[in-house]
Unconditional design. Structure first.
Length: 338
């Protein structure tokens, strides 16, 4: 056998053995993935096309461990515990309505992470983005999809005894008008204008593209405020309201309330406020709720609680009846099609 033939034979052998090794590695990795999922009881998640305007779909941030963690994921509304379709879009906070999405995401740098708010079209493609001043905490889209809000935690405000405060922004997705900080709005409590350095505003929920509700805090108290973009005003309606969420018919607000006698580290319970009578109703959920609930329909609330993967979604009737039950494991930041 010539030297050339021997070299060709050797090269062929190396290639075959390399292919066998790669195949064995991939096969073992696939088995490990399936084994890990079976042992953990985690949901099945695969890549695919996700649309924000698809009917009868639930959307949320997937929290299951694996290559699709933190991706916006879709499931059929009638089979929320079924296989998940992952979009490839990573978000820390997310919301969507009428084919518009808002994704608050981390931008990983060599020295530190930064954050940005990304406006998404109905195929989850970026329209534009805005740099954020701090870590994301809340996000909402108006029912028409035209107006979007987000809240972040920021540090460095000297008046904040806990060394952080919030900053909330609202943007018109068509006209691109940006209200970068709602603390610049005129705040009234009890009919009097409040001028204080410690005002914080967070947790927007939209009535329409101009009117909204939010939480405003000053002087150690929190208030439900009604906001108006055209007049740049925030008017207090009720005290001890945080992270409001407006019902689909616009008549009630779900919110977290600090209750007397609760553990200071777990002080919030889930309530519903009738906007006409200002009557409060405690839901049947008795655990600490540190979330901005979502209305799945006109009768049911969805909210997050700690779970094996970081967060699970739970549901409870809004009228105080029934009992809470787990809706989805390994999920956060839901949005449901109307």
């Amino acid at each position: 056998m010539s030297r050339t033939a021997r070299l060709l034979l050797l090269l062929g052998t190396v290639l075959v053995l390399g292919g066998v090794a790669v195949g064995a590695t991939l096969h073992a990795a696939g088995r490990a993935d399936r084994k890990d999922r079976a042992q953990s009881g985690g949901p099945e998640v695969t890549s695919g096309a996700v649309r924000l305007d698809a009917p009868h779909r639930g959307l949320f941030r997937n929290m299951a461990w694996g290559p699709h963690r933190d991706e916006i994921t879709a499931v059929p509304d009638g089979r929320l515990d079924g296989p998940r379709t992952a979009s490839g879009v990573h978000c820390l906070r997310f919301h969507a309505a009428a084919g518009t999405g808002i994704c608050l995401q981390a931008v990983h740098g060599k020295l530190r992470d930064t954050y940005r708010a990304v406006l998404l079209d109905n195929r989850l493609r970026e329209l534009r983005h805005y740099d954020l001043a701090g870590a994301p905490t809340r996000a909402r889209v108006s029912p028409s999809g035209r107006t979007v809000a987000w809240t972040v935690f920021v540090s460095g405000d000297s008046y904040a005894g806990t060394a952080f405060s919030t900053r909330t922004s609202i943007v018109d997705t068509r006209g691109r008008r940006l209200d970068a900080n709602l603390e610049t709005y005129a705040v009234t409590v009890g009919g009097r204008r409040v001028r204080a350095a410690d005002i914080n505003v967070w947790g927007v929920t939209f009535a329409d593209d101009n009117r909204f509700y939010a939480t405003a805090a000053t002087g150690g108290k929190t208030y439900l405020v009604r906001g108006d973009r055209s007049t740049r005003t925030l008017r207090a309606l009720h005290s001890n309201v945080e992270c409001p969420s407006l019902s689909p018919d616009g008549t009630r607000i779900a919110y977290k309330k600090r209750v007397a006698g609760a553990d200071p580290d777990a002080p919030w319970r889930l309530y519903v406020l009738d906007l006409r009578t200002l009557r409060e109703t405690a839901t049947a959920e008795r655990r600490n709720i540190d979330d901005q609930a979502v209305w799945r329909d006109g009768h049911t609330l969805v909210y997050s609680l700690p779970g094996d993967y970081g967060s699970d979604l739970w549901t409870v009737p809004a009228d105080g009846t029934g009992s809470p039950h787990r809706l989805l494991s390994a999920a956060l930041a839901p949005a449901f099609s109307r």
